[in-house]
Design a protein around this ligand. Sequence first.
Ligand code: G3I
Length: 363
Amino acid sequence: MKTSTKISLASGLLLSISLLSISCAKYKSTSIDPGTVTPTKTEEVTLKSAMPFPMGAALNVSLLKSNNNYRNLIIKEFNSVTAENAMKFASLHPSKDTYTWSDADYLIDFANANGMRVHGHTLNWYKSLPDWVNNFQGTTAEWENLLKTHIQTVIGHFKGKVASWDVVNEAINDDGKIRNSIWVQKLGVDYIGRAFQYAHEADPNALLFYNDYGHEFGPTKRTAILNLVNSLKSKGIPIDGIGLQMHTRVTQTDANLATAITTAAATGLKVHISEIDIALNPDNTAGATYTTALADQQAAKYKAIVKAYNSIPKAQQFGITQWNVTDADSWIPSNYNRPDWPLPFDAQYQRKPAYQGILDGIK
Ligand code: G3I
């Protein structure tokens, strides 16, 4: 075949493909005026497509396995996931020489299949410890070995699959003092820095976070957290980020929420809003109902948080993660034994005004 014939066949093919793509495109236009056509975009906006930073959710693995509405909503809306419980100490390491990876591995396979980032939660916490740890009788060296072995075995198992970790979770009390956890009792407060070092040794590429709640409560707890992370940084401890859980309430002021975010960014670390939910019934009213007024206030609060977060330097925006997906899955109603509606999706998997609030935060 002559070269010119080949070129003309190839051009014909390209033209047909282009025409086919135009007819299949997700844009509708009613009249064709090549100069002035403004296509109407019919592709639905989603959190992951609309927001300029990763949008995540904490996932319940049992629901992920059993509930297609839950699973499909996650695939549609999010590009980052955290295990709500499946990577905690008691879940992964229920007895001294036994590790159970299956639920966490399931979550990772799901994330990989759907192009999502996985954030690990959490290597060290005072809660969700198995009985064998709470009852462990050992010397200081044996406790140190327990801490190090757990961190390095877990990070090693997920190396290359989990991009980032909450290394230490909630080490500061609401009064700003170091929490008197089993870890501090057995190993002293400097165990915190060593936990980061053990994590870094096991996976030098993982981004390592200190994660806590209550930055928005006021200066006492916030300053203690900032002092802790700044002191880790100044000692050369490998810390990359700070997680602001942001389990907050509709009555919290925008000023406190913004201060929480801007002071975290002032550390120079990456900032992850790591567990957001906004309670509408923080006073535990038994017969409370979900009203339009509350829904609108919640939307405004989500908007204010996103707006403040969108204003910190781009390189520090690790992302925003909500704590589970819909109001039906949130930890709040069962934990506090009250009705509440803290998340951007309702129990029927529908978007609430809070969803629009998130989108409005970047306008
Ligand atoms: O899986 C067992 C089930 O087998 C058993 O029948 C049932 C009876 O209570 O308990 C189930 O385990 C519960 C687990 O959630 C799964 O639902 C635990 O009791 C319960 O304590 C656990 O609560 C979790 C809590 O952390 C403690 O680990 C919440 O789901 C989870 O949302 C919450 O998440 C924390 C973050 O990790 C850290 N920041 C605060 C946040 C909210 O408290």
